[in-house]
Each structure stands twice: as C-alpha cells, then as structure tokens.
Write a protein that binds this ligand. Sequence first.
Ligand code: PMP
Length: 430
Amino acid sequence: MLNKDTSKKLFAEAKNHIPGGVNSPVRAFKAVGGDPIFMKSAKGAVMTDVDGNQYVDMINSWGPMIIGHAHPEIIEAVQAAVPNSLSFGTPASPEVEIAELINKMMPSIEKVRMVNSGTEATMSAIRLARGYTNRDKVIKFEGCYHGHGDSFLIAAGSGLITMGEPNSPGVTKGTAKDTLTAPYNDLEAVTELVKANSGEVAAIIIEPVAGNMGCVVPKEGYLEGLRKLCDEEGVVLIFDEVMTGFRLSKGGAQERLGVTPDITTLGKIIGGGMPVGAYGGKAEIMDFVSPQGPVYQAGTLSGNPISMAAGLAMLRHLDTHPEVYERIDNVASILAEETKKTLKELGLNYTTNEIGSMHSLFFTDRKVNDFEDAKSCDTALFGRYFNEMLERGIYLAPSQFETLFICSAMTDEHVEQFLKASKESLKAIH
Ligand code: PMP
C-alpha cells in the first residue's frame, strides 16, 4: 500500500475547517471510498503528492492541463505578466488579443465576454438567451452538468450524480419550474417538449459531447436535429463546451461535429489552469450584453491580466501545434482499443465510449447513450477499480460519471503503465 499519511493528516484537519474537507465535491473520494490525496506539485503528465507518491494524471485539473502541467510557455507568460500588477479593473490589451484568437479558432464566437468560471459562463449565457428572446424557460438534458447555477442543478451529472443526488436543495420551486429536462440523444422527446412549450423556451443548452455522465457521444443527426428545431422555434442553441472546447479540436465539438450553436460557453482550458470562463456567439445576440445592451453581467476580476496571459499562451500553443490533437486523440484511441481487448480477454462485458481525447469505461453491459444507461453502472465496482488504479500510480477522476482527461505530455511509457495497471486492476476486482 502507498504511504498516504500526510494526506490523511491534512484531510482530518481540513474536515474541521472546510465542508467535507474539500473546496469542490468532485475532489472528495466519497463515491470511491478512502481519503482524498493532497497534491504538492505536477509536471507534464505526472502529479506528486505530499507523501512523495507519483501518479500519471488522468484528470489534468478536470481538463485544462491539455498540454500537461507547468508547461514552460504558460509558466513564462504568467511570470512575465505578474510584475505589471495582478489586476487593473480596467481594460487591458490581452483581453482584445484573446477575444480575437477565440474568434479565429471558433468562428461562431463573433463576440465574447470573459468571466471567471464555467459556472458563470453558463449562468450568464442563459440570462442572455432569456433577455434576447424575452422568454423564461430553458431546456437542459438529463445527466449534463453546466456548473452550479441554480437553474442547472436539476437532473445533473458530475458531482451531483456522484454524490447520489441529481437535484439540489436550495433551488427555489420558481427557478426549478423554468428548467425543463429531456433525455440526452432523444430528438423526438425534446421536440415534443419544445412544441408543448412553444413560444416559451428561451434556450436549449447541451454538452455537445457529454462528459459529465461519463463520455456520451451524440447520435448521428442528433445535434443537427437540435439546430433545426431551435431555428424553427426561435430558440437559442447553447453548446456548453467547457469540457470539449479546444479539446475535441481547435474549434471544439462544434468544429469536429460540424454543427454551429448560437452561443458557446467555455471554461478551464482557456485559462490554461487559471480560473477563467467565457461565453460568446453571434454578435446580434452578444450585443444584448451590458453595457452595449440591457442584459446585465459583470465581474471585478473578469479578464484578469494574469489569467489572460496564461490563457493566451495556452490558446496560441493549441493554435500552432496541431500535433497536440494528434497526440491526445491517438493516446485515447490506444487506451480505448486496448481496454476493449482486455475486457474481451477477461470475459467482461463492460461498455466503453470514446471520441477524440474523451474516453470512458462504464461498469455496465448496457450501451451508454443517455443518463439512464449511465446510471445502470456498478459504481461500487468502479470504486474498487479506482483504488486499484491509484495504488498502481494512476490518478483517475474519483467517479464513474466522468471521462478521462488526456494531456499531450503523456508518454508511451505512461500509456503502457496505464494499460498494465488497468488490466491488473480489472483482474483484481473480479
Ligand atoms: N459546464 C461543463 C460542461 C462542465 O464540465 C463544467 C465543470 N466541470 C462546468 C460547466 C462548470 O465549470 P466550473 O467548474 O469552472 O464552474
């Protein structure tokens, strides 16, 4: 067994001062058993904990460290920006540069507003859609997670389903009634829902590839169908690309899958690890945002110069290094193919889903196309798999309902280590 004494001590202390000992529930090991590991440093694809154990990192800060931890270009950009002040609260040139670069990489984003997290991005995007359409209702899909804004904590994936409660207390009935939910990948169901609420639906928000119930890929024609439905009914189509933006391709899921939303929400990756989010889209809609338009949205630290420096370095790297995408897609497809082979060899009938650099192993024999399928997983078995992997130096997200987050710094040796660990772990739990 790995020595985790320092982590254990820190967690015991943390529980006295921080709810559940963590500053975000998805970091807890509640669903997999045991205490969370406290990290001290990370470089490339490897994290080192406070007890000196090393792990191949399959979370990468839940996505943003797409080119690995402590990448020299990002560190240098941050170090160069720091002496000029940590915050102005006035406009500064990197905000213009990043807006231009986002527009170049994701052309559907004609105008963009920077915020500080994915949650802020999605909350602001639906307020904008409501202001623009003068309608109240919003449709989200079961199992999708769009941050912790009140309107989204209904039938939600990620930490909510991991903790076993997809709805949160504290959301008023008034708010909840304006959020309608539909099953993912079922065009007929959402069409009926929109028709039944014709003239009242402001927006449909979706993870174009879901990552928060594990990786769930849209069926052929599904996103195209949503696009057509929104056009017919005057509904704003929002792609939440907090996870997929700049991951599934330079231009996100929308580029890879060839469907264009009206508004896109972004997060994490555009900050290179700093707390950043953004929402953007058609100029005609974005011009409703204050001070140009009447829909209010603000932020003291939005467009923060250090975050912008990190984000710009990250996006410039992604824009000029197509090999990043080749590498992460290639690693993911090796992991997926080899995992399938191992499952077959061990006589196990579990499901895998993958697209680009997103991949999930589901402990269920059902095909996973929606939240109901994902919920059929044996989460206790996943917990045992997680802990076996951890012992072998592989740090997975501590939840069945997440995807792997692969970074381009993963070497062939790391891939080997992962596959060996996975085979041994699967054997150990059966
Ligand atoms: N949308 C999606 C699709 C996400 O995956 C997440 C976070 N995992 C969010 C929104 C919320 O982002 P944040 O945690 O930065 O608030």
